[in-house]
Structure formats: C-alpha cells, structure tokens
Design a protein. Structure first.
Length: 305
C-alpha cells in the first residue's frame, strides 16, 4: 500500500519545482525529502521525477500520483473539518433513551433547548421500559438514557455511570370535587377509607401504593386497574377513586383532577441519566447531559414553587 505522506511529499516537490524548496516549506532537510522520494519510487517500481540541474519535473507516473495526492489532501482537510464540527457540537447524531413519563414531561424541555443551541445535531429518541433501556445502553443503540429507581430497588450496574437529575415525588390525584381537592397537602393516613385507582399489579406505582398504605396502617381498596396514567386520571376525574402518581406523570393534567402533595408519607423516585463507562462520550452526549441537568434543575425549582 502506498504511503500517503510520501504521496503528499511528492506533490509538494512537483508544486514547488525542487526538493530544496519543498523541504523548506515542510521543515524537512533536503536529504530527508530525497530519501522519502526514493522509497516511494521503490514502492511503485518506476521513476517519479526527472532530476534536472535546476530542479525537478514529474514523469508521467509522478504526475498521476501527484494528482491523486492532491485529491487525498483535499479529502483529509474535509475530514478534519467534519471532525472539528462534530467535536464542536455543530453536526452529528445523538440517540437517547427515555421512559414514557419523562418523555412527556422533562425530556421535551431538554430537546427544545438542545435543538435551539445545536440545530444541526440529528436527535433520535427511543422510549421503552427500564430493562429495554438498559439493553440499548449496553449495546450502544443509545448514548444516553433517562432511567428511574426507588429506594428499595436502586439501580446498580458496573458498566453504567448514573447521574442524578431530580427527585420525582409521589403525588395524590383526586377529582375536582373531592373532599380534599382544596388542600395543599394530605397524608396517606387520611385516605384509609378511599377507593383507589392504580396501574396494573406489576407496575412500580402499584408497589408504591402498597408500601405507602402499609406504612399508614391500612390496605388499599382497589376500584380500577388502569393501563396508563391518562386512563387513571380519566377515572379519577369522574370520581371512581383516587390515585397515586409520580409528579412527572401528571405534567399533562386532566382539567377535572387536582394534584396534591403527600409530603414524606409516600416515597419519591429518582430520575437519572445513564451512560456506559467503557466508551468515550461524544461531545454531543456531554452537551445533552449538561442540558438535562439545567432543565431538571429548573423543573424541580418550578415544581417545588
């Protein structure tokens, strides 16, 4: 295989018309340039330069190789420019993972901010359950992913770096005409006689309800199992029961429900962002992580207010 550096050196010698002039421009000694050209001629098996008393001219083979060398130089310069744009977050691609409640609350704010700053980065977002998100991370299908956990089931993975974004409290969702609808805060103990709407039994919020009720000294009476939080809100709005939900899950609230704080009587979940520890993060990933932190901080502050 031909040495690209020697090809470029040949093109410079032909361009300047002499070994000495090319050596001066490239900060080489003339003998070093001559040595590299002789090696190139040995590689191709024929002379590349006509050596004259006052400089050099290319042979037919030399002219052909010099033309290719100039095209190679152009491509290399383009590659360096493209790489600089990727490093400067001016172009490229970024794939991120999310779960539905973050995808309908926190992440759109981050996407809007990221795209306003870096409009040439092509974003793709993949929403999935927790186990699928972890597989996409480890396979490299996504570079970053939003994840969640509770205190009794903390995420632990040796090959994944976790960054806390915010605490997502569990809130109470009631109909607009419910007896506690006008209160800012209630405790789980005050809700012992209520009917409950909850997600399917294997859903994390079902475990949150079970644990919270047990600590408050009662067993919840289930009126309805909902497939998603929108369905749960709809049933709450008509008075079928009350429900628990992470606060991010009711960011898009049904107008006929009210959201009330449970204080410390129901556990919060953590929302995190994860990335693999065994790969070099792309500049766009680092920038998205920074945006997610900014957005999470603003989101937490506005929700607490």
């Amino acid at each position: 295989m031909l040495d690209v550096r020697r090809l470029i050196l040949l093109a410079k010698v032909i361009e300047t018309g002499s070994v000495t002039a090319a050596a001066g421009e490239l900060n080489y000694t003339p003998s070093a340039v001559s040595q590299q050209l002789r090696r190139l001629e040995s590689e191709v098996g024929q002379p590349l330069l006509n050596r004259l008393a006052r400089g050099v001219t290319p042979t037919d083979a030399g002219a052909v190789l010099a033309a290719h060398a100039r095209r190679i130089q152009t491509q290399l310069a383009a590659a360096e420019s493209d790489l600089a744009e990727v490093a400067g977050v001016r172009r490229g691609r970024l794939a991120i993972g999310t779960f539905p409640t973050a995808g309908s609350s926190l992440l759109p704010l981050a996407v809007r901010q990221f795209r306003s700053r870096h409009p040439r980065i092509r974003l793709s977002v993949h929403s999935a359950r927790l186990d699928r998100l972890m597989r996409m991370l480890t396979s490299g299908e996504v570079g970053l992913s939003l994840l969640w956990d509770y205190e009794w089931s903390r995420l632990r993975a040796e090959d994944v770096e976790l960054t806390d974004l915010l605490e997502d409290p569990t809130v109470l969702v009631v109909s607009a005409d419910h007896r506690v609808a006008g209160q800012r805060t209630v405790t789980m103990a005050e809700l012992a006689d209520e009917d409950w709407i909850v997600r399917e039994p294997d859903h994390p919020v079902a475990e949150v309800l079970e644990r919270s009720c047990r600590l408050a000294g009662f067993k919840p009476r289930i009126a309805f199992h909902a497939n998603d939080y929108q369905e749960a809100q709809a049933m709450v709005s008509v008075g079928l029961g009350i429900a628990l939900a992470p606060r991010t899950a009711v960011a898009n609230r049904n107008p006929d429900v009210r959201v009330i704080s449970l204080g410390s009587t129901a556990p919060a979940r953590r929302i995190l962002v994860a990335r693999r520890v065994d790969r070099v993060s792309a500049p766009s990933e680092n920038e998205m992580l920074r945006v997610l932190r900014e957005v999470a901080h603003a989101y937490q502050r506005s929700s607490d207010g």
